[in-house]
Design a binder for this molecule. Sequence first.
Ligand code: ZN
Ligand code: ZN
Length: 211
Amino acid sequence: MIWSEALLAFVCLCEVQLGDPGEIKRTKNTCLPVPEEIARVLRGEAPPLLGNLDGVDGRVYCVRCHLWRPDDVDVHHCRTCQRCVVHFDHHCGVLGRCIAGKGMKGNYKYFITLIACGHLGFLTFAAASAATLFRRWGWEALLIGICVAVVVLCCGVSLCMLAIERLVFKGILGPWLQRRARGRAAEQPGQGALGNAASGGKGASQRSASA
Ligand SMILES: [Zn+2]
Ligand SMILES: [Zn+2]
């Protein structure tokens, strides 16, 4: 059973990695006509546009990958892959691919099956281990095995969360998050002033209360 789950997981992994998530292809239909605003930006006569453009035929022009999106489906631009994808769900940082699709289209079904295979594989391993323990050493060994598994799982999850928090959020992403927070504060000086006033007022009230 574990081999069939592993085989299914491998097929789904290949589909997610190699299959098309639903990217909008660059064709004559999707690339043309180039809107005048975009042409001016490309000629260097205007600053880059921040929002997408609405066409007269109901379609929307993505100003980041420079193509017309179809008007009858839900499309989202993936900032990591720099492309527009139909029925976008999220960009998977572990697999490095856009996860998108609906029904039989896209790679979303393979992604869900891959996750399910991981859970099923764990359950199969746990059931096989419990059966082996029970057959060889009886109930006592099975209970001890369950307790050990629970302790190891709890410690493992705690250690993983601690490692992610220390390495990713404070180590790798820490400087970027701080820069982003400072940038947002600089963009909204009014809020900063209000925040300072609020904190000052709170401080004053605390000071008066303590006095
Ligand atoms: Zn796009
Ligand atoms: Zn992506």
